[in-house]
Design a protein around this ligand. Sequence first.
Ligand code: MN
Ligand code: MN
Length: 422
Amino acid sequence: MADTENHDTKISRREAFGLSSAALAAAAALTMAGAKDAHASPQAQKPAAHNAPNEVDPGPQNLPLAAENPDSEWAPSTDHGTVKPFKASFSVSHKRVESGGWTRQVTARELPMSKDIAGVEMKLTAGGVRELHWHVEAEWAIMLNGNARITAVDQEGRSFVSDVGQGDLWLFPKGVPHSIQGLGPDGCRFLLVFDDGNFDEFQTFLITDWLSHTPKEVLAKNFNAPASTFDKIPKKELFIFQTGLPGPLEAEQAQGAQGTGTVPKRFDFKASTMQPTKVTRGGEVKIIDSKIFPVTPISAAIVTLKPGGLRELHWHPNADEWQYYITGKGRMTLFIAGSDARTMDFEEGDVGYVPISNPHYIENTGDSDLVFLEMFKTSEYQDISLAEWMAHTPHLLMDQHLGVGMSMLDSIPKQEMVITPV
Ligand code: MN
Ligand code: MN
């Protein structure tokens, strides 16, 4: 599969290879998109050059999907072997729509590799409620748009009621009952992350579903109240429903805390106002684990890569990584050992996955900031980078492997770069 792009200018591509005019137009559009994008990697610009006889595809082709996945269409020559897909998109998940909003999920059912973590997107209207419920798994969340009132009660009956805004996080420990309600003016849109790939947002313990499946006389005995008290419990789960806005925050907090007080460690975290953990010329990262958000069993890195920026070559020794792409475009190569590696492309609303200790990088291939989440089923964030490994191994030994030269090895920063250029 040699580079034959010099040949195709000498002959008519259409005559030689029977390309349809639609396919040629699409190829031209790809060329223009690549040329316009000053920060695109060589690979992102490559498809237009793939007109050698052994690379022609007369179709049928899903051209929009191909354009979104240039590294699958024409992989870098360094890719090799069979690597299971490590990408899924919320855009092809089923969306469940209810009166108070909608939700959809990417779990191990949609992305079989993602054993450790599942994700859920949700939109709630102003006044829309994600019904009071709980689940076996812990729930981590980031507010992507708008505002919400969240409530929870812990194992000591202690209360938590708070309002969260864009960029803020919350964590409901496993088994702790909770709710989420959209506030004005436009409700909210958020991402939920669960510490089990087989989690199912449609199979949680809902208060209405449970009580409608409990004999009314048992409810009457439980609360020492007439059975008729429970006549209005819905026969079918509410799940996400439209109702009025909540009461004043301080009044609801005081009501919840009567007799037992509030949870000793907050279930929310103001990531929006946190200082970045690391800033370089290529971007910045906020790392949020149990060191600064004590209740969380799930750690996170919120990464911003500027155009041309690179999340450096690295791996995570203590957990699989689940990624959610918030904005921008990027690509990642996953090396799974045994000579096998694959590169895939990601953009807004996509999910990526990296098994424990498998090395990878993420490169911004677009012309705007790339913002994404790295999520881990561990309370402590850990990574090891190629550069810090090389910097802190005897340079003679490293050079005997790679032949990069002693001065290059001496020049590697002694502290982890995280994002390049530094
Ligand atoms: Mn939940
Ligand atoms: Mn990583």
